[in-house]
Structure formats: C-alpha cells, structure tokens
Design a protein around this ligand. Structure first.
Ligand code: PXL
Length: 273
C-alpha cells in the first residue's frame, strides 16, 4: 500500500520551498502527499516580500479534516509562523502520538525574512519539540532553540544536538551546512548516541528549499518503514542528487530550486525516463 504523508507548512509560490517542495519530494519518493497550510508567503528566488499567516483555528480545521478521514503514516512540520499556530498543531498531534513527526524548525528564509515570529521560538520549543521523532535544525536554528551562540565546530554541533535531545524530541539532526570550510557534516543524536553523516559542500547557489526537501524526504522514508538513520542517509542521498541536477531547471535569478524529479525525467526537455 502507498503510504500517506502530511506536510504542515507554508506556501512558496515560486515552487522551490514550503509545501510545494514537500509535495514534490513526497511524489518523487513514492508516497501520497497531503498539505495543511500554515501561511502564504509572497516570494521568488530572490527573497520573501510578504507573509500572510492562516488563522490558527483554520490550520487546525485542515489537520482535523485529514485525521478524521485519512490514515497518516508520517507528518512533516515546516513553517509554523507564530505561537498560536504552534499551539493548535501541538494540541492536535498530541492526540496522534503513534504518527511519527519530522519537525523542521523553520525560522528565517535564505534572504533573512522571518518565517517564525520572534516570540514563537518558545512555543515551538515547548509544544512541538517533545512531539518530534526527529527535529532537523540548521546551525542558526539550533542556536536559537538553545539560546546559545551558533556552533562553529563539530564539537559544538554534537554538544548542541545532545542538549536539544533533552528538550524532548526522540532524535535531533543538526545540519552543518552553515559551517565554514569544504565539509558539510550533519550530526544525529538519538538515544544518547552520536552518528555523523559526512558530506562535502556542493558548489551551487541552487539551495532554495533544501531544508524543506530534506525533512520531507526523511518523513517519506520513515513512512515507508525505514529506521531513522537509514531514512536520513537515504534522504540526504536524494537531496544531493536533486542539488546536483538543479542546473536542468531555469527558475529565477536568485537561489534556484533543486530538481526534485532528477530520477524520473531523463533530460532537460522533461521526457519521462
Ligand atoms: O526553507 C524554509 C522555508 C520554509 N517554508 C517556506 C519558505 C521557506 C524559505 O523560503 O518560503 C514557506
């Protein structure tokens, strides 16, 4: 049976991040994708020009409608926008503790626009972190959740991953993409154990939506039954190939999207393999 995965996240009309990236990732990886919207953004590859949050009760209504009718095999949470939305999402997911949740604690868009209200970090941390099977912060997000300086080394990353584990998630994947240097390692803290995922930094500016894509790919692989570390390895492999194939697309003049369908489309004309 095809597995069902729900994204609770914001919309990126340029199609590279947010629910658009999530649904493309789910589709590419063979799960049925669903999306409950938390916010509309106005943006392109150059940046975000507006954010329009959905009323919290209506975020709740969308998620309730899905759970009332459809079996959900995994949930991915992305942009949450504000504290009231974090509360509503947590209240509902608390009643569905058997469904694994991948939490991408989205805070700031690539160009610097706030995608989470400054006073909502506490609600996200207090209400949503304890519900997560895995939380996937980048270095600035890990620092904000811990009220600490940004990690500058692998030692800092491992320490912060373990510190975040104490806030309640079953596992923490701290992503090292913001480290200086050629390497871009991620570290997983799970059950007190540290696991490194090694990667070299890819020379590209097509990085729009990479965080959304990774967390959605992890959710898809978990829904299909992979254990967490294997789900992460598989998701990282999918994302690396999507970044490597981004040059097939010509979308905007800023940070372009990744090519979610690199394994399905044979060439630059979009012919199916
Ligand atoms: O990549 C973070 C992100 C998440 N969600 C939405 C976004 C972005 C980045 O631009 O627009 C809707």
């Amino acid at each position: 049976m095809i597995r069902n995965v729900l994204s609770i996240a914001g919309s990126d009309p340029s199609g590279g991040a947010g629910i658009q990236a999530d649904l493309k990732t789910f589709s590419a990886l063979g799960v049925y994708g669903m999306a409950a919207l938390t916010a509309l953004t106005a943006q392109n590859t150059q940046g975000v020009s507006g954010v329009h949050p959905v009323p919290p009760t209506f975020v709740g209504a969308q998620i309730e409608a899905i759970f009332a009718d459809i079996g959900v095999d995994a949930v991915k949470i992305g942009m949450i926008a504000n504290a009231a939305i974090a509360e509503v999402v947590a209240d509902i997911l608390k009643r569905h503790r058997d469904v694994p949740v991948v939490l991408d604690p989205v805070m700031i868009a690539k160009g610097g626009a706030a995608l989470l209200a400054a006073d909502a970090v506490d609600a996200l941390s207090r209400r949503l972190l304890p519900l997560a099977a895995v939380v996937t912060p980048n270095l600035p997000e890990a620092a904000a959740l811990l009220h600490e300086a940004e990690a500058k080394s692998r030692e800092d990353m491992a320490r912060q991953a373990l510190a975040l584990s104490k806030l309640g998630p079953a596992a923490v994947l701290v992503k090292g993409g913001h480290l200086d240097g050629d390497e871009s390692p991620d570290v997983l803290a799970s059950g007190g154990t540290i696991t490194w995922f090694e990667a070299n930094r890819l020379p590209t500016k097509n990085t729009h939506g990479t965080g959304c894509t990774l967390s959605s790919a992890i959710a898809a692989e978990i829904a299909k039954g992979l254990p967490l570390a294997q789900a992460i390895a598989s998701a990282k492999d999918y994302l690396a190939q999507a970044v490597a194939a981004a040059g097939q697309l010509s979308v905007g003049s800023g940070h372009g999207p990744v090519q979610h369908f690199h394994a399905l489309w044979a060439d630059n004309e979009g012919v199916r393999k």
